[in-house]
Write a protein that binds this ligand. Sequence first.
Ligand code: NDP
Length: 259
Amino acid sequence: MARLAGKRCLVTGAARGIGAAIARAFVREGGEVIITDIDVSRGRRTAADLGSAFLKLDVACEEDWAAAAAEFPAVDVLVNNAGITGFEEGAGPHDPEGASLASWRAVHAVNLDGTFLGCRYAIGAMKARKAGAIINISSRSGMVGIPGAAAYASSKAAVRNHTKTVALYCAMQGWDIRCNSIHPGAILTPMWEPLLGDGPDRPARMEALVAETPQKRFGTPEEVAAVAVLLASDEAGYVTGAEFTIDGGLLAGSAAVPR
Ligand code: NDP
């Protein structure tokens, strides 16, 4: 059964990683998908693979969202997936004492401003039909403090909270526009490659990174996409303002082993 048949779905940061997996799963479920990304060449390749449309969309850029609204004035599903950690530009420090204001702002511009602008666009593109689903990709880092990635954790926590504000706002208007957040733990995507490398110690590095995850492995982008499909579909009609961890059990309890 095609669970997203007849639904137009826009996914940000969908050229690769989790966004691409969500786009692929949406297409499989019969959705009409619009791939968007800041990376035009990879975005076009992914869109061609899936037989989808492509639009260049820098989520931090208000003008790009206005262009998206002009080209796609109506959507049924929006996934605010694009995100950065801050480590793309350099190793840091990204802790609360050493992080630069410029890097703090750059991370919030993409992760938080991008999600705010996306939600604002989606409300406008859904309210004529008074229905739709907005899915915000936050992180497990939005639920706990991360000493080494202060801006990332702060921005993802704000995404979690804004999701609930949007959900309540839409419900108050009497619209069936639902808004939920997903909180992945360690999901194996190209985002991790700089940390893993391709040397002989790669397996040991991978093992170390998930040593405190109860399921002792990375998650896959497809495991995140499966939850996104559910939230996008009408089956989740009574789910709004909710948060879903996909983290191998990491947040089920303290990572510290009790004595
Ligand atoms: P990737 O880095 O693999 O993919 C992200 C994509 O978003 C890239 O194509 C990237 O383009 C694009 N992008 C970056 N900045 C912008 C922008 N301003 N506007 C539009 N697109 C942009 O990331 P993941 O797939 O791993 O992560 C996807 C989401 O999931 C992110 O929000 C991330 O924070 C979140 N997440 C990921 C986890 C993980 O373990 N992978 C864990 C928890 C949350 P380019 O390559 O050119 O930068």
